[in-house]
Design a protein around this ligand. Structure first.
Ligand code: MN
Length: 479
């Protein structure tokens, strides 16, 4: 299981008794956090650090430990921050500065200078905060008594985001085919993506999937078709087309597992040897947390996998989406989000139905896909673009809504949403920010999650929410 180191700062000045108490208190706090966060991450208590050497040691250990996804620091007493400089320079993992106390209330009747010397994080954490800011270290600061729910919630959120950052650093992504011809926003600098986020993005021929698909037995296909029948409505007579997708599902799963891949892309322009564009197959893989980006969109595929990892322990849906078309009725403007096929079933509000329809693009056989109406609720839509000299995340708060009328002739899964602060502002803001048509939508994650993720990965974030004003935004963007 992933770990967060819990590191308490002090110094030798205070003597044995005080340091003994510091160790006991920090163990108690680490133990409490460990219990509260046990679904997310293990909190590993570390012995109090008292000098530069001990700080260098623990920061080096955190950076080298593959299971360690971040560290929590807390200055129970004063801990002179020059001691922290070299260690923090060696730290490569996300940092949470927990500004807390062992005690919730002041012991008014008994407080004396011994108590003051021991419980002075108000003092010591300011010294630590200064050196982090001076060193320009991105970190999350959480303030409050460690047993208070709002504090636990924020530490838990940090754990989830630290898990996602670690996942990103280890992410391998397979591109079947390349970026769709002539498309700009889905493309990007894959070398820089690896330098900055760790993603190993490599090209594979779609023939690799064909070769695996050819080995799949009738029994395997029968079993998977039975599974489909038990979960979905079967709104088609064309079981041959469904079997083709079942075959792709097994083949893709096998390829991903064998190569340790967490995400993939494909493109309808390169399906050599495949009869259909993977639709149902890709939807089913996305349901397991595998990231997907259509038309060679590797950034969306990676983001999809990372945000699914971040949301793993939360309720709600997270997955690949595309802004497709609008309802522009004044005052009731809505976005219809879908894709040619590949909408993840996490978004299903109704029982998905397997259907087979022509695609109208790509010159292949009609593919089987899952069709459903989408869930409702507050959500975010997130996109990553390559600005040439940096990556930019664009995130918008949106509200998923029930589709107002049936769409019996629309042969794909779909969700609908409203923009914030209103349609005109929200859409214009997205366009000014350079946001693309592919996004990852999540009802499980929030704008604050994106702010922290962007901060910890050193990524520019353009946030579009109820406070967005176009003039101010354009000024922020320098356009
Ligand atoms: Mn697309």
């Amino acid at each position: 299981m992933n770990k967060l180191y819990f590191v308490t700062g002090s110094q030798d000045l205070y003597g044995e008794d005080t340091l003994k108490q510091v160790a006991e208190d920090s163990k108690t706090i680490a133990g409490y956090l460990n219990e509260q966060l046990k679904q997310i991450v293990e909190i590993e208590w570390k012995p109090t650090v008292r000098n530069s050497e001990e700080i260098i040691n623990v920061c080096t250990q955190a950076s080298m430990d593959a299971d360690c996804v971040g560290i929590i620091t807390w200055m129970h007493t004063f801990s002179p921050a020059k001691m922290w400089i070299k260690g923090l320079q060696l730290l490569t993992k996300p940092l949470l500065h927990l500004h807390t106390q062992a005690n919730e209330k002041l012991p008014y009747a008994t407080i004396d200078m011994d108590f003051m010397n021991l419980n002075q994080s108000a003092h010591g954490d300011r010294e630590f905060g200064f050196i982090c800011t001076r060193l320009k270290i991105a970190r999350e600061v959480v303030v409050g008594y460690y047993k208070h729910n709002h504090v636990i919630d924020k530490v838990r959120r940090f754990g989830e985001i630290a898990n996602a950052v670690a996942f990103s650093k280890n992410l391998k992504l397979a591109m079947f085919g390349s970026n769709m011809r002539e498309v700009a926003v889905t493309d990007g600098d894959r070398v820089e993506s690896q330098i900055k986020y760790g993603w190993e993005v490599n090209y594979y021929g779609i023939g690799d999937i064909v070769a695996i698909a050819d080995q799949i037995t009738d029994q395997e296909l029968d079993d998977l078709i039975s599974e489909y029948k038990s979960i979905y409505d079967m709104n088609t007579e064309d079981m041959d087309a469904v079997r083709v997708q079942a075959k792709y599902e097994i083949a893709l799963k096998r390829f991903m597992k064998n190569g340790g891949f967490g995400a993939y892309t494909d493109t309808f322009q390169d399906l050599h040897g495949l009869k259909q564009l993977p639709g149902l197959a890709t939807q089913r893989l996305m349901a397991t947390g595998i990231g997907f980006g259509a038309e060679g969109d590797y950034k969306s595929a990676a983001l999809n996998a990372i945000l699914c990892r971040m949301a793993q322990n939360r309720k709600g849906a997270t997955g690949f989406m595309e802004d497709y078309t609008y309802d522009l009725t004044p005052g009731k403007e809505m976005v219809l989000g879908a894709h040619m096929l590949e909408v993840p079933p996490q978004f299903a509000a109704t029982k998905p139905a397997i259907e087979v329809h022509p695609l109208g693009i790509g010159d292949k056989e009609p593919p089987a896909r899952l069709v459903f109406d989408g869930v409702e609720g507050e959500a975010i839509a997130v996109c990553m673009v390559d600005m040439g000299d940096r990556f930019r995340l664009i995130a918008a708060k949106i509200e998923l809504i029930k589709q107002p009328k049936k769409m019996p002739k629309l042969p794909v899964a779909r969700i609908m949403w409203k923009l914030k602060p209103d349609f005109e502002t929200g859409a214009a803001a997205w366009l000014y920010a350079g946001g693309g048509h592919h996004t990852v939508v999540s009802t499980a994650l929030t704008m604050d999650d994106m702010r922290i993720f962007a901060k910890l990965t050193g990524t520019e974030l353009v946030a579009i929410d109820e406070d967005t004003r176009l003039n101010a935004l354009q000024k922020e963007l320098g356009i």
